[in-house]
Design a protein around this ligand. Structure first.
Ligand SMILES: [Zn+2]
Ligand SMILES: [Zn+2]
Length: 485
């Protein structure tokens, strides 16, 4: 009986996990900002902030003034865990009953579609994951069926100034001022959603895809980059975001994309300027597609001469648009899959007077690594032999064997970089090998897709962004009619 009562508390008819939507012909997303037992929202300027708070399920909204402290009212009484019985397509928005609604992204007929499903839970629900797992084990239900129940009707207490208010989640919060969450350095403006997920409150930034892209590209290529480079970066970041959405990696988390490198680093309007906004506007909605699919628009800091193929670097199925291209014309003369070609190329000094110090550092570097440190990183007692077995199209080492008291095979550029203590890239040769190993190299990052250093250089040489994209992702096309009305 108590359990049934608990269930009624948590699963009211129709609840929505994410609120990605198409509004005014634009895609709106929920970007993760923070979570915790209590969320504090403070205005950045000295003036007391004014917030408009609306319950998502009711039309009533309220204006409150002062910094906000939001906490659970009754969380110790709420069950958060349940056993998922089945997932069904949602046939009608008016469909009744106890279930949660989940949304995922699919690509259908050259358009993005928001597919909605019903998550139907067993009547039992639990206060902790452990008790749900125990129950599942006792009754022979597979552990994968234990899910956090989206707690979208939990009540929160909102303290603003000296006044207390009570609301049911999810809450929509709007402010004209820049808001900082807790002690975080960054601030965000506009619309936010607060919801209960698991035993925590979650705050997301509800923002249009285009504004999100403006908040992403500033971290990627520098806010002072030439306009055409910013435009190329805007298209790749947007394409990447849409393909991330299609992976639906955060489908059960209560938001669409996270704000870290796992998706793309998002810092609000932190460094945004007129040029960034213009780059996003002038490429609005444009993504790269290939054969009616969203292209894999991966990118990196600096190829070091030629880009590599995704098949070499990640051992994935070869993709026509990620086979590797020549970025710096001078590199064309060298066969970088050979040891001799790589040595000669790395020793070439690239002189670009317009290049920034960041670009120059990527075009030629030297590192000293102690032999004992290398052994330690690989769990070896000593290192007696280092063999380079295979290089990719860009010259990056993709297979290496290191011998000491035993033999270690490093079969990815990433593992190789890590073994040597975090190198900029695996495009290097061993210049000196004693108790200290001296490496000389070029490039930074994995080397697949668009090269940011090359993009900056080409933009300075008056290349347009579409030509830059065509160079790094050959065979792809720019496409903007994918927002399904
Ligand atoms: Zn993520
Ligand atoms: Zn390059």
């Amino acid at each position: 009986m108590r359990r049934l009562f608990a269930l009624a508390l948590c699963l009211f008819w129709l609840v929505l996990l994410q609120s990605a939507e198409i509004r005014d012909d634009a895609l709106w997303l929920e970007i993760y900002l923070a979570d915790g037992a209590q969320l504090n929202l403070n205005a950045v300027d000295t003036q007391l902030p004014v917030f408009t708070i609306t319950e998502q399920t009711s039309p009533i909204s309220r204006q409150v003034q002062g910094h906000l402290k939001i906490s659970f009212m009754n969380w110790d009484k709420l069950p958060f865990w349940g056993l998922l019985n089945r997932i069904e397509p949602l046939t009608s928005a008016m469909d009744d009953g106890d279930y949660a609604m989940r949304q995922s992204f699919v690509w259908q007929d050259d358009a993005l579609v928001l597919k909605r499903e019903k998550l139907v839970f067993e009547p039992q629900s639990f206060h902790s994951q452990t008790s749900a797992l125990d129950y599942a084990q006792q009754t022979g239900v597979p552990a994968q069926q234990v899910h956090a129940i989206p707690m979208l009707n939990a009540t929160v207490k909102v303290v603003a100034g000296d006044k207390d208010y009570y609301f049911e989640t999810p809450l929509h919060i709007q402010s004209q001022q820049e808001i900082r969450i807790g002690e975080q350095r960054l601030s965000f403006g506009g619309e936010f959603i607060i919801k209960a997920m698991g035993e925590k409150l979650l705050i997301t930034h509800l923002i249009s895809l285009e504004d999100y892209i403006a908040g992403v590209i500033q971290n990627e290529i520098g806010s002072g980059a030439p306009l055409e480079a910013l435009k190329a970066q805007a298209v790749t970041a947007r394409t990447h975001a849409v393909s991330q959405l299609l992976y639906n990696r955060h489908r059960g988390d209560g938001y669409d994309l996270c704000n870290s490198v796992h998706c793309q680093v998002y810092k609000g309007r932190y460094l945004s300027n007129a040029n960034i906004v213009r780059a996003v506007e002038e490429t609005a909605k444009e993504v790269l597609i290939t054969e009616h699919r969203i292209a894999d628009a991966t990118y990196h800091s600096s190829c070091g001469g030629k880009t590599d193929s995704s098949a070499n670097i990640w051992k994935s199925t070869p993709l026509e648009h990620l086979m590797g291209v020549t970025c710096l014309d001078e590199a064309e003369k060298y066969d970088l899959s050979t040891e001799q070609g790589v040595r000669r190329w790395i020793d070439v000094v690239i002189n670009d007077p317009q290049a920034s110090s960041w670009e120059r550092a990527n075009l030629g570097w030297k590192r000293d690594v102690s032999r004992s440190r290398l052994a330690q990183n690989l769990g070896l007692k000593s290192v007696s032999k280092i063999e380079i077995l295979k290089r990719g199209h860009s010259g990056r080492i993709i297979l290496m064997r290191i011998t000491g008291n035993k033999t270690v095979t490093l079969d990815s550029e990433y593992r190789i970089r890590q073994a040597f203590g975090g190198l900029p890239s695996s495009l290097f040769y061993i210049a000196k090998s004693g108790s200290t190993i001296t490496l000389k190299g070029k490039g930074a990052g994995h080397g697949v897709g668009m090269c940011q250093t090359g993009t900056l250089r080409l933009a300075r040489e008056d290349w347009t962004y579409d030509a830059i994209l065509e160079k790094y992702y050959p065979g792809t096309t720019l496409y903007k009619d994918w927002v399904n009305p």
